[in-house]
Ligand binder design. Structure first.
Ligand code: CDP
Length: 203
């Protein structure tokens, strides 16, 4: 069975949580494509060339708590502007999307560029304040030294860079279902996503 669920949206909107939950519920493989850009960003912070890092990325590069830090998120959104970095990551994401058994991919350009033929396209969003508040709680929970204002500034800067770039900017696909999680619990958001998938489920 080929069945792709594309979940796009801005930083900390809840894509990761929703993706993991629906992947488990429907038995689909899950790829967090942000991790690819975070891994390239981390390698660049360590001195690598971004395009070389993207072309030679390997599974070990995708491991480690350091990938979740604000510094790496910032570096990720900077390397994500470079067309050759994005190009180097396209084939892997496309074959993952169309792998037998079905897949959920979350990111910024899955429904628009990586897999426009995805059976289900969701655009998960929330106000910048709600997203920053959630990300702040998450980072504090990991013991990181952050401030609410600093996290909000980071989220806004990354939103602007992700939406404003020329190559594969963040935007909803024309046929995406928008899920605004500003006033939804995790369970409510997951149920909306699951209902959208169930409506297109092939069996
Ligand atoms: O978890 P969060 O939503 O904060 O970010 P992420 O999904 O891990 O993505 C980190 C950065 O990678 C984003 O700010 C984007 O600049 C970039 N990215 C992208 O350009 N395209 C994707 N498909 C996924 C991430």
């Amino acid at each position: 069975m080929i069945f792709t669920v594309a979940i796009d949206g801005p930083a900390a909107a809840g894509k990761g949580t929703i993706s993991k939950a629906v992947a488990a519920r429907f038995g689909l493989a899950h790829l967090d494509t942000g991790l690819l850009y975070r891994a390239v960003g981390a390698l660049v912070l360590a001195g690598a060339d971004p395009v070389v890092a993207a072309r030679t990325l390997n599974p070990a590069d995708l491991e480690g708590d350091h990938l979740r830090t604000p510094a790496v998120a910032d570096a990720a959104s900077k390397v994500a502007v470079i067309p050759d970095v994005r190009l180097a990551l396209v084939d892997f994401q496309r074959s993952f999307a169309r792998r037998d058994g079905g897949a959920v991919l979350d990111g910024r350009d899955i429904g628009t560029v990586i897999c426009p033929q995805a059976e289900v396209k969701l655009y998960v969003t929330a106000s910048a304040e709600r997203r920053a508040d959630r990300r702040y709680q998450e980072l504090v929970g990991k013991g990181l030294d952050v401030t609410p204002q600093g996290v909000l500034d980071d989220v806004r800067a990354r939103d602007a860079r992700d939406s404003g770039r020329d190559t594969a900017p963040l935007k909803p696909a024309e046929d995406a279902i928008i899920i605004d999680t500003s006033d939804l619990s995790i369970d409510e958001a997951v149920e909306r996503a699951a209902a959208a998938i169930a409506a297109k489920w092939p069996l």
